[in-house]
Design a protein around this ligand. Structure first.
Ligand SMILES: [Zn+2]
Length: 288
């Protein structure tokens, strides 16, 4: 594995490796020592995807691990999450107050962030809706290491969902759209395993082509590869988000393990990067 790029170097690498089509709408951004891809979505909603540099966790979680369920020291995770919150505050006109990280289980449940935050017994949840009018201060934080983060933005509110193969096949993207007050018009796909690296067995490939059509399966020597990015794009089309309104930096977590975590390559003892959605008063400004 290549050395982890820190600070300005990570920023430069994100810029260099992301797909040029996404550069206008998703910007590499550094604050509080961490590097993010950030977007000022239409309206008050803000979107960010973290990279793995700039945190305090040692190997194999190095370094900005935000997941508390993979064996990393909880104190390190807390410090990393505090750094992310500081970076978001630097990026937002109004201070995001609290990160809300649901218990993800590859299911279809999507709920309002305030509603989830109030639950005394928190049922598993793989998507959160953020409405700027009622959810000020709360930041949805979903965790990933290969699975596909999908953020949907509408005129009233937005949703961030956890799209692993189970979630995408089961319709978690469509469920995210249904949980919103107004239909989504724009979406962001975060760093996740790309069609270059996601080999699957014939049975799973068939399940995907039966549900989403043959374009999501790439025949390759050695076995079929699934294109989860195309799957997410087709799922978004089913809820009326056109392809031209889907921002995808096409950053494969398996190819870019110096910048992101990959469960498939690194195994269960690795960290988690995050997709974040919150309401803010001002657009992120770029800082290098
Ligand atoms: Zn790859």
């Amino acid at each position: 594995m290549r050395d982890l790029p820190e600070g300005g170097h990570a920023l430069a690498e994100l810029e260099k490796r992301m797909d040029p089509s996404a550069r206008e709408r998703l910007r590499p951004y550094a604050a509080a020592g961490v590097s993010l891809l950030a977007a000022a979505a239409p309206g008050q909603l803000r979107v960010a995807f973290t990279s793995r540099g700039g945190g305090v966790s040692p190997s194999p979680y190095a370094s900005l691990n935000l997941g508390a369920r993979q064996g990393d020291d909880p104190e390190h995770v807390d410090r990393n999450r505090a750094r992310v919150l500081r970076a978001l505050r630097a990026a937002s006109g109004q201070a995001p107050r609290e990160l809300v990280s649901p218990f993800q289980e590859h299911g279809q449940r999507v709920c309002g962030i305030s509603e989830y935050h109030r639950e005394s017994v928190r049922a598993p949840c793989d998507g959160l809706v953020v409405n700027p009018r009622i959810d000020q201060g709360l930041v949805a934080l979903l965790l990933f290491a290969d699975c596909v983060p999908v953020v949907l933005i509408g005129e009233v509110d937005g949703a961030v969902v956890h799209g692993g193969w189970r979630g995408l096949l089961g319709g978690v993207v469509q469920q995210g759209a249904r949980a919103m007050t107004a239909p989504p018009g724009t979406a962001y796909i975060g760093p996740s395993i790309g069609p270059c690296c996601y080999q699957v067995d014939d049975e799973l490939a068939r399940a995907f082509s039966d549900r989403y059509g043959p374009s999501v399966v790439l025949p390759r020597d050695g076995g079929p590869h699934l294109d989860l990015w195309e799957t997410a794009t087709l799922a978004l089309a089913e809820v009326e988000v056109p392809r031209a309104r889907v921002v995808n930096p096409r950053l494969c977590t398996s190819c870019n393990r110096d910048l992101f975590y990959s469960h498939r390559v690194e195994g269960p003892a690795t960290g988690r990067h995050a997709a974040l959605l919150w309401a803010a008063g001002a657009a992120p400004s770029r800082k290098t």
